[in-house]
Ligand binder design. Sequence first.
Ligand SMILES: *Cc1c(COP(=O)(O)O)cnc(C)c1O
Length: 367
Amino acid sequence: MSQNAAPLTFEVTRRQDLRPDAEREAVLASPGFGTTFTDHMALATWTPGEGWHDARIRAYGPLSLMPSAAVLHYAQEIFEGLKAYRHEDGSVWSFRPEVNAARFARSACRLALPELPEGDFTGSIKALVEVDRDWVPAAGGEASLYLRPFMFASESFLGVRPAAEVTYGVIASPAGAYFKGGLRPVSIWVSEEYVRAAPGGTGAAKCGGNYAASLAAQEEASAHGCDQVVFLDGLERRWVEELGGMNLFFVFRDGRVLTPELNGSILEGVTRLSIIELAKEFGYDVAEARVSIEQWREGAASGEIAEVFACGTAAVVTPVGRLVWDGGEVTVGGGEVGEATARIRQALLDIQHGRTPDTHGWMTRLV
Ligand SMILES: *Cc1c(COP(=O)(O)O)cnc(C)c1O
């Protein structure tokens, strides 16, 4: 769709009523996830005539939207998730934002939304983090500032066609270590009734609709005492795809590492992509291939599959300790945090938080 020739400049209007220092410090001392937002947000508007325009940083607060806004009816919406990390010298960095920008563009294409150029995606993040830099948690731990770019059909119109007015935004929220009491293996429920995505559908796009469709399955998982749900492919209901918002890796006893191959309905995670590279460097025999649910059950039971972990920006790397389905369950990796899982997780965190040299060129300085 339409491309802007000149990069956007995000005009900054600083709010006068900044959150008091003590309040912000209290949030940063115990951030949780996705509950508190920074003082500002980034916004931009797109129309067919003007392309992207009116790029601005303003006070975080309610948006004004007509009840007829297309997104509320037809879910023409996409989002991204990445983080800003404070390093020991006070500088603030993000991890492979250009890969998020490229995925955002692919998601936009699938949802018939206008593409936001990569420079404007990173420009919006830089502009917001610059203004709200005091909200980036201190160096030294696992805390970071979670960034949530999103785009939706804001046009007031009930006809079914791509919207002629689109809003782009970025909000930011301090995020603590995902596992407060230390790393804990999670339990996974196999969804046999629901699928997340199907061939030709929107599974490879990061769109809100995929998440809406995953909630009933997640509820089913909770009802069975599980933390997360794993989805199988939509055609044969046999091949392991991913969790509601995290990709999966299997570590075999013989040193092979497998992750389900991209098939058009799996979301291509930035964490997944990076772990494929790191695991290769660590000497594992890494492959992207199909993994069946029987192979997982039997491999976990026999010990051939030594470790399973999930990965994504929010939780980084999450060990899986138990697989549960209608009629049975199996312990995975002895229910413990495996060696490869712990090593890969630490390596990734050390790069992101600047505790290890960035030999891959994965980090981009924001502030
Ligand atoms: C965002 C997301 C992931 C993880 O992607 P990262 O880029 O690693 O954060 C995995 N699966 C789904 C469905 C997602 O939406």
